[in-house]
Design a protein around this ligand. Structure first.
Ligand SMILES: [Zn+2]
Ligand SMILES: [Zn+2]
Length: 133
């Protein structure tokens, strides 16, 4: 069992049972969208609402405890914050995989100087995964 209580506190978040459950769901399955997360949470907290989950997710995002991955033409997925990486997304089954490409390196190569002020860079590579190919 990971010590999510400490991790949450390190991000200035109180370790509520809901947040601990969200943490282990993201740790075990990674890259899950809000619907899937809601489904998983309902099996543990039968009266939890989608709004409560959104509230927790937004707070966890604000405190950088988790990060979101925007998937083209699909729902945003969430994962626990880890070192900089990019994503491979399968256009058939919508599975999301980590791939170790440091986007910061690519951004540095762009040499934009002051022509464009970058606030955030994400790289999502679409394709067909091994299972679907
Ligand atoms: Zn696939
Ligand atoms: Zn990831």
């Amino acid at each position: 069992m990971n010590n999510f209580t400490d991790e949450l506190r390190r991000h200035n978040l109180k370790a509520t049972p809901q947040r601990l459950a969200i943490s282990s769901a993201l740790h075990n399955y990674g890259h899950i969208n809000i619907d899937k997360l809601y489904e998983m949470m309902l099996s543990k907290f039968s009266s939890i609402s989608l709004a409560t989950i959104y509230k927790n997710i937004n707070l966890m995002l604000e405190n950088s405890y988790i990060q979101e991955v925007k998937i083209p033409q699909n729902k945003t997925v969430y994962e626990l914050t880890k070192s900089s990486h990019s994503h491979l997304v399968c256009v058939d089954c919508k599975s999301v995989e980590d791939v170790s490409v440091d986007v910061d390196e690519i951004v540095n190569k762009l040499n934009l100087d002051d022509t464009f002020l970058i606030s955030k860079a994400d790289l999502v590579i679409s394709g067909v995964c091994k299972n679907c190919n």
